[in-house]
Design a protein around this ligand. Structure first.
Ligand SMILES: NC(=O)C1=CN([C@@H]2O[C@H](COP(=O)(O)OP(=O)(O)OC[C@H]3O[C@@H](n4cnc5c(N)ncnc54)[C@H](OP(=O)(O)O)[C@@H]3O)[C@@H](O)[C@H]2O)[C@H](O)CC1
Ligand SMILES: [K+]
Length: 454
């Protein structure tokens, strides 16, 4: 896991005040880090166009141009006049070593966007937008200094200074930021950073339900009850996913007999040995409120998904302990509305996912939220985790049912809700990532079949 920060200015100030470092020193390390990245990946002599703004983002770019000059065919383009003190100083330094300046953009082999960084605010002028569009249309390798300017520069790589910024993980910029690398600024990251309540998950954070002891039996690995309504396909896929993911016993709770694999049991009553319940997938209106209340009256960990977000029982269920909910954005808007937290559109949610996830968790600190998206947000209380491995491969009916089964299966096996949410979500996205077929062709069964290879 890595820390993610709302801002890093306070971390810079810590360097000045506690480590006797200076803004100039941090900037030189930032520029050095970018130079090292380019030298490690691109042949000497390549043409490099560094486009600079007037602030310290531009100053980073000017310092980079000076460092690369002569080893690379570097050209500097000033999009705005140097304005900050550091930008003026870095401009002077670049001029003193005769770095070439150009007044026209051109299709260099490497383009570095050092126009706007964390100081960007408001809207981009049409002139700047036009310039960024011109750069986007070039075939060059595109590198964003710290953050892509105004999030309108389509970066292949974002080399971000000091620490990860939360804005880099909004869904709306997932196709903009490219591959993100953190550059150290003269001290190790663990010295530069403070602890943060927002963490970026890594594949290594997946805790598989591997079996350790031999002296066990099928009762040792949980019993998941999946409430199955009219649309049985959804609950059957959840049940299969849970079974594949180590849950030794899985029962479909239904009033009808369901066509399901032999290994999935069926019952009209909640099994005595049930250790978790999954509710919502394909629920429809088959069960009365009192039947559902009876199922959930025993304090078992609960996985809530899909139809239950539109059910009058939702608020009651959210008040229970050990609850994990797995809404997609549209369902989350319904949850926010139903719980009288916010009345927003999906577009408004997608513009401020972190804020609304935090708002929900403030209202329901014991509920673990898994907000689906390109970057999955997992939130519980004040803690927030970002799973950056979401992919468009999962944009298929049934993917969510599999996710529900993965998480519910881990709940049934005794995982704490947050651990079940993190590992279930990571397993889900890694299954999609390891899918070998065409990106449009994945089916939920492909995900389930891939579980044995995790
Ligand atoms: N630890 C770190 O992250 C470090 C980061 N460094 C670099 O510093 C920049 C932040 O520098 P700052 O000077 O605060 O801001 P920027 O350079 O990003 O932008 C300020 C300039 O941008 C202009 N601006 C702001 N909004 C707009 C807009 N909507 N349209 C056009 N121009 C805009 C602003 O102009 P004004 O006229 O408004 O003043 C400024 O000129 C950070 O991103 C890193 O690259 C340090 O180098 C090392 C530590
Ligand atoms: K930038």
């Amino acid at each position: 896991m890595q820390n993610i920060f709302d801002e890093v200015g306070s971390l810079d100030r810590k360097c000045y005040e506690e480590f006797a470092l200076s803004e100039d020193l941090l900037m030189e390390h930032a520029a050095d880090g970018m130079a090292d990245f380019i030298k490690s990946n691109y042949a000497l002599g390549a043409t490099v166009l560094v486009v600079c703004g007037g602030g310290n983002n531009g100053a980073d770019g000017l310092a980079l141009a000076r460092i690369l000059h002569k080893d690379y065919d570097v050209k500097l383009f000033m999009a705005k006049e140097a304005k900050s003190e550091m930008a003026k100083l870095q401009l002077l330094r670049a001029q003193k070593v005769d770095v070439s300046f150009v007044d026209q953009l051109f299709n260099a082999e490497i383009i570095v966007d050092a126009v706007l960084g964390t100081g960007f605010n408001g809207e981009l002028s049409s002139e700047l937008l036009q310039m960024l569009e011109t750069l986007n249309n070039y075939k060059a390798v595109k590198i964003a200094c710290d953050i892509p300017s105004g999030y309108k520069f389509n970066a292949d790589y974002t080399l971000t200074m000091g620490g990860l910024k939360k804005s880099l993980f909004e869904d709306k910029v997932k196709d903009i930021v490219g591959e993100i690398t953190v550059l150290d600024l003269g001290v190790a990251r663990e010295i530069y950073e403070t602890d943060s309540k927002i963490k970026l998950l890594d594949e290594s954070d997946l805790q598989l339900p591997n079996r350790k002891k031999q002296n066990t039996h099928k009762g040792s690995y949980g019993h998941l009850a999946v409430v199955s309504g009219e649309k049985t396909g959804a609950s059957v896929m959840s049940a299969q996913a849970a079974f594949r993911f180590g849950t030794a016993l899985v029962t479909l709770l239904s009033n009808e007999n369901i066509h399901a694999p032999y290994e999935i049991m069926q019952s009209h009553q909640l099994p005595q040995s049930a250790s978790a319940i999954a509710l919502g997938m394909g629920l429809g209106v088959e069960f009365s409120q009192s039947e559902l209340e009876r199922f959930v009256s025993n304090g078992h960990p609960l996985l809530l998904d899909a139809d239950i977000f539109y059910h009058p029982l939702l608020s009651t269920l959210l008040g229970k302990k050990k609850v994990v909910i797995t809404p997609h954005p549209k369902e989350f808007c319904e949850v926010l509305r139903e719980c009288k937290i916010a009345e927003i559109s999906v577009e408004e949610l997608q513009q401020s996912r972190f804020e609304y996830a935090q708002l929900f968790s403030k209202h329901f600190p014991d509920v673990t939220l898994v907000l689906k998206g390109a970057n999955v947000i997992i939130s519980q209380g004040e803690q927030m985790f970002i799973n950056p491995y979401g992919s468009n491969v999962l944009a298929k009916g049934g993917s969510g049912d599999v996710l529900a089964g993965l998480i519910a299966g881990l709940l049934a096996q005794g995982y704490a809700p947050l651990d079940a949410a993190i590992s279930g979500s990571l397993a889900h996205t890694l299954l999609a990532k390891s899918y070998k077929g065409a990106d449009f062709s994945l089916t939920p069964i492909d995900l389930i079949d891939g579980i044995c290879k995790l």
